[in-house]
Design a protein around this ligand. Structure first.
Ligand code: ZN
Length: 390
């Protein structure tokens, strides 16, 4: 049984809003929180609003001149001209951008501090997971990299081994970059192949700097990969590396944009498989990190159909109150969805693909299969660097 989990939430995180036609619509956060409440999960966790990340915390990862640029763009959005990646199509500046980005970062840092201190065994910040932000630039709808900041805070508190697992459809490039030279942090990213998707990085050969060889792991999946392939790849790489690394804390990013309905990417993963990987991460945290688990959101642009259900499952798993896939979505929530969006919203907490099945890697691989080629490329690039058999 898990210890009491924390859900990091401040209503003001819904102010992370790039504007009307931008894919990262903050309604996805509001609807997720409402669905969590509709299932009564807010009674099973401690809902905590942490303070925004301050200057010294932001500086653990982000350059001073970048933070100043974010503040300037936040105060005068019209002046943002693309410098530092601010004021672009992907990252248009908006009023209050610094404050709300620092608030979201503060939730992930607060989650890490609570787990490290033992105040909570698990902590969830589904408004976080903004994994593309670089130390000196905004990127991919991400201003401050709350995932990197949570990890950097753990290192500052004395952690010596932190593992980061990123299952967003996009490469977790910002987190990889922040710890590229740091062997204390193992970053593992499963994503759609860089040939077909932003940010065009995350090749299996990206394994870390010389001083931290084997501490960056990338599984580049062919477009079209579905549940069986995605789970096969996850289980063919992640558990073995985590068992070998024995992290003191596990930080995971659960971007929901791997889904077959996601408008921005090309994988074909179902909600049921997303839930299965959430369960697997939870189990890995218990098995190898004494249960110390920080779980974050991420991408996800099917903002009504997919994201709220995916992250409500995540909160339920962290709370030790898993929701069975076939469970009906509460009618009260569907009415709220209709009132806000004129859409009906999904009816069940499943895509009808439960139970999900996959073939274990140990059962053998097919050298002609593109998915297996992707897994093999990663194992061959990383495993020898970690003294493991590819
Ligand atoms: Zn993404």
């Amino acid at each position: 049984m898990s210890g009491r989990a924390q859900l990091m939430w401040d209503e003001a995180v819904t102010g992370y809003d790039f504007g009307r036609d931008h894919p990262m619509d903050p309604i996805r956060l509001a609807l997720t929180r409402r669905l969590v409440d509709a299932f009564g999960l807010d009674k099973d966790v401690d809902v905590v609003a942490a303070k925004p990340a301050g200057e010294s915390t932001l500086r653990l990862v982000h350059r001073e001149d970048y933070v100043e640029a974010v503040k300037a763009a936040s105060a005068d959005p019209g002046a943002a001209d693309g410098a530092y990646g601010l004021g672009t199509m992907d990252d248009p500046a908006f009023a209050g951008m610094h404050e709300v980005s620092a608030l979201i970062a503060g939730q992930s840092v607060g989650a890490a501090e609570a787990v490290w201190a033992g105040d909570a065994l698990h902590a969830v910040n589904f408004a976080g997971g903004l994994h593309h932000a670089m130390p000196g630039a905004a990127s991919g709808f991400c201003i401050y990299n709350d995932a990197s900041l949570a990890i950097a805070r753990l290192l500052e508190l004395g952690a010596e081994r932190v593992a980061y697992i990123d299952v967003d459809v996009h490469h977790g490039d910002g987190v990889q970059a922040a710890f590229w030279e740091d062997p204390r942090v193992l970053t593992i990213s499963l994503h759609e192949h860089p040939r077909t998707l932003f940010p065009q990085t995350g090749w299996p050969e990206e394994t870390g700097a010389e001083v931290a060889e084997g501490s960056a792991v990338n599984v580049a999946l062919p477009a079209g990969t579905g549940d069986a392939g995605w789970l096969r790849a996850f289980h063919a790489v992640v558990p073995e590396l985590i068992a070998d690394f024995r992290p003191q804390v596990l930080v995971t990013q659960h971007g929901a944009d791997t889904h077959f309905e996601d408008p921005l990417a090309h994988l074909a993963v179902s909600l049921d498989a997303q839930r299965a990987v959430q369960v697997a991460c939870h189990e890995l945290a218990h098995e190898y990190a004494d249960g110390k688990w920080v779980a974050l959101g991420g991408g996800g642009y099917a903002v009504v159909e997919v994201v709220p259900r995916s992250w409500t499952h995540l909160v339920a798993i962290a709370a030790g109150r898993e929701i069975a896939p076939e469970t009906l979505v509460p009618e009260s929530w569907r009415q709220e969805v209709f009132a806000r969006t004129r859409q009906l919203g999904p009816g069940r907490m499943t895509d009808g693909r439960w139970p999900v099945s996959f073939a274990e890697w140990d059962a053998g691989y097919d050298p002609a299969d593109r998915l297996d080629q992707a897994v093999l490329a990663t194992r061959r690039a990383v495993y020898p660097l970690r003294g493991l058999l590819a």
